[in-house]
Design a protein around this ligand. Structure first.
Ligand code: 2AM
Length: 214
């Protein structure tokens, strides 16, 4: 095929260096292990199992989804809306292949996904597509996250939607139910199996801005 017909990638994003991937995975596993044992979590277990008595092993419940990354633009090889425009954005071209540090500021769990919220700097926001937050009135970058795992049969695209859902509740003034002070930070329950742990110390993760073809 002529060069101009070469497909765009599946997605662009920040790819965590392998050493920090391990650290983030360990932190997330420790969090799930602890969450599982909390009385507050057990009280709402039916959100996950459909039955109050049943037990759930969260470490088994969520399946890993490959190399840890924060998607900026899902291009679907050029088929996604705005894919070409994104790839041609001067900031995307200039910063392609550069090193960044992404800041993980919260962990969240729902019956569908577990993820880490990423708080973007102004420079990183240059690489954030305008349509990512969809029809929500949340500020640009709100959806930025790393998928840490998905329940059986759930696709990773769900993680960002789960995060937007929790942030929309916060924006509506729903404070959630403070559940526990954990070593990592404060845990809040937002109903329907939605848990958010605000990290006391954000995790700074070295990452490369690049793309994935698959
Ligand atoms: P994720 O960013 O939540 O992990 C390949 O499927 C990658 O692109 C995954 O990382 C996935 O989710 C993300 N992705 C898939 N479909 C998407 C969509 N429609 N919008 C945004 N991101 C998507």
């Amino acid at each position: 095929a002529p060069l101009e017909e070469v497909d765009l990638p599946l997605f662009f994003g920040w790819f965590l260096l392998s050493s920090v991937q391990e650290k983030v995975r360990c932190t997330s596993m420790d969090f799930l292990k602890t969450l599982d044992t909390l009385e507050a979590f057990k009280k709402h277990l039916a959100d996950f199992t459909g039955k109050a008595e049943k037990e759930v092993d969260l470490e088994q419940y969520f399946k890993p989804k490959g190399a840890l990354h924060c998607t900026t633009k899902f291009c679907n090889y050029g088929k996604a809306e705005g894919a070409k425009e994104y790839a041609e954005n001067p900031a995307v071209k200039a910063l392609y292949g550069s090193a960044f540090e992404v800041s993980l500021t919260a962990l969240f769990v729902t019956p569908r996904t577990v993820g880490a919220r990423v708080s973007l700097t102004d420079e990183q926001l240059q690489l954030w597509p305008a349509d990512a937050e969809q029809s929500s009135s949340l500020p640009p970058g709100s959806r930025a996250h790393i998928t840490l795992g998905c329940a059986e049969g759930v696709e990773p695209v769900q993680t960002g939607l789960d995060l937007l859902d929790i942030l929309a509740l916060q924006q509506d003034g729903q404070q959630g139910e403070p559940a526990e002070e954990m070593e990592l930070g404060s845990l809040t329950y937002y109903g329907e199996g939605r848990w958010l742990l605000s990290l006391r110390e954000p995790i700074g993760a070295p990452a490369c801005f690049s793309s994935f073809y698959g």
